[in-house]
Design a protein around this ligand. Structure first.
Ligand code: DP6
Length: 358
């Protein structure tokens, strides 16, 4: 990608003086799922998601000139060696492109607004907040003012760390991956803005079914797609679903909106069931809740539905205008959630910078 290489090629050999920056970035929930990747973190199909309002990560990074690359991580007051190693790999990757990242001390401290054990993937919000810090550093060193390219660059870096993080550097809805209808691409996400205003008011009640760590993580899941006999059908369906979703969002066809997102969610889990080895992340209570949502929709005629990420939690999506009728229903599902936990989330405005000092 030219602008990425161009930006990095303007960096000096070394950082001259310490630089501190902090960003808060949102998690996101995909409506059309990214599942399967190739090359350097490139998606096998385009995905569309929205950034969350409440589930966020705040990261502060102190960059200091040093003799060699050193990455340290404090996650909510404790060490997290597994995640630190992942971040070190990420920064080593940048060091392959520019010497600048070969001689720098990177001291990261990070915390989430959502409980650590909630079973919510924090890699999207974490990597997005880190990528935004890196972009701030680059813009500071090259003395550039923040422009649209800043967020493209942050999305590009975020993608290298975690695919879904590419979409978390924006507020609202965004698309990552090449499509035949939008000006989107595989390298970084772009905001998706042409939709009916009803979609501004989307709410997401995250029903936490299990707090245990996932049996199979997303990275293994993505890799299993390379030998999945249904992979090509899945990638073609994702493309069709994205086109359909973009269309329903433009026209405000809510019935079709929920049809598409539920098909996407279940197709994602179907891919896990037909992998080799096959596996299941849904729990009995996930299925119970899915059935309750369908029954409630049929009996009330309300516009609501579900999506699911790569885990057992159910994201119940509904609209602000229906809140009074939907909230008692959500409360009736609390008994099926681990420790009765539900996160009331919704569409968010995107990342914010907290401070920047030299
Ligand atoms: C099911 O972005 O977590 O949430 O690129 O390996 O970090 P890596 O995977 P990750 O995968 C997310 C998968 C998903 C769907 C989605 O967010 O689009």
């Amino acid at each position: 990608m030219n602008f990425y290489l161009n930006t990095l090629s303007f960096l000096p050999i070394n950082l001259a003086e310490p630089f501190t920056v902090s960003w808060t970035a949102p998690s996101n929930i995909a409506l059309v799922k990214y599942w399967g990747k190739h090359g350097k973190q490139l998606p096998c199909n385009a995905s569309l998601s929205f950034s969350l309002r409440e589930s966020r990560t705040t990261t502060k990074i102190v960059f200091t000139p040093a003799k060699e690359l050193k990455v340290s991580l404090d996650f909510e007051g404790a060490e997290n060696e597994k995640f630190r190693e992942r971040l070190e790999k990420f920064f080593k990757g940048l060091g392959e492109v520019t010497h600048f990242f070969k001689s720098i001390d990177i001291c990261i401290s990070s915390s989430n607004t959502f409980p650590h054990s909630a079973g919510i993937a924090s890699s999207a919000s974490s990597l997005a907040s880190i990528a935004l810090c890196v972009s701030s550093l680059i813009y500071h060193v090259t003395q550039k003012d923040v422009d649209d390219g800043f967020y493209k660059l942050a999305s590009y870096f975020a993608r290298l760390g975690s695919g879904s993080a590419a979409r978390s550097v924006f507020g609202g809805y965004s698309v990552w991956g090449h499509t035949n209808i939008l000006a989107s691409n595989d390298e970084f996400a772009v905001p998706f803005k042409s939709y009916d205003p009803i979609f501004h008011d989307i709410q997401d009640a995250i029903l936490l079914i299990s707090e245990s760590e996932k049996r199979i993580g997303s990275s293994i899941g993505h890799n299993l797609m390379s030998k999945n006999p249904f992979a090509d059908i899945r990638y073609a369906n994702a493309q069709k679903n994205l086109n359909k979703l973009a269309d329903t969002m433009k026209t405000g066809n809510l019935k079709q909106f929920f049809e598409v997102i539920e098909q996407e969610a279940l197709e994602l889990h179907a891919m896990m069931m037909v992998s080799n080895p096959p596996y299941l992340l849904l729990e009995p209570n996930s299925i119970l809740i899915i059935n309750r949502i369908k029954e409630f929709r049929e009996s009330t005629g309300l516009n609501l539905g579900f999506t699911i990420d790569a885990g057992p939690n159910i994201h119940l999506l509904y609209f602000e205008k229906d809140k009074e009728e939907v909230l008692p229903f959500i409360e009736s599902l609390r008994q099926y959630c681990e420790k009765g936990r539900i996160i009331f989330d919704g569409l968010g405005n995107g990342p914010v910078i907290n401070h920047m000092t030299t």
